[in-house]
Design a protein around this ligand. Structure first.
Ligand SMILES: [Zn+2]
Ligand SMILES: [Zn+2]
Length: 120
């Protein structure tokens, strides 16, 4: 592979924007990526900003925690309500259900706190 602008020089890498080979004279480093010097530095920087935005969006950390909060909350209430209603019939078994319910509600609360932290 040779430089797109100098066919006699070997290319160090590719411009992130136009994918052309660049020699050491033509390559500019923008945000740890290579760009055509004085040609695509702006574009590569814009691409990097876009990528970083996409990575943040694809994580969707906040909404994952919100979903977990709802899931643990609903299941926790079901277990706790079942345990409480069966307490006089099942005894210890109902207490175990109740404790599972409370543990799930605790997990829901922890997820809720985490989701609040990620919300801006
Ligand atoms: Zn060159
Ligand atoms: Zn370029």
């Amino acid at each position: 592979m040779v430089c797109y602008y100098h066919s006699d020089k070997p290319a160090l890498g590719l411009c992130k924007y136009c994918q052309r080979g660049l020699c050491c004279d033509c390559a500019a480093v923008v945000d740890d990526c290579l760009a055509c010097k004085n040609r695509h530095e702006e574009q590569v920087h814009a691409l990097e900003l876009l990528m970083q935005k996409n990575i943040l969006q694809s994580k969707r950390v906040g909404s994952d925690y919100t979903r977990n909060t709802i899931f643990y909350g609903v299941v926790g209430i079901l277990f706790a309500a079942f345990g409480a209603s069966q307490l006089e019939f099942l005894g210890l078994q109902a207490v175990i259900y109740l404790m599972i319910g409370l543990a799930l509600l605790w997990a829901a609360a922890a997820n809720y706190i985490e989701s609040r932290r990620y919300k801006k």
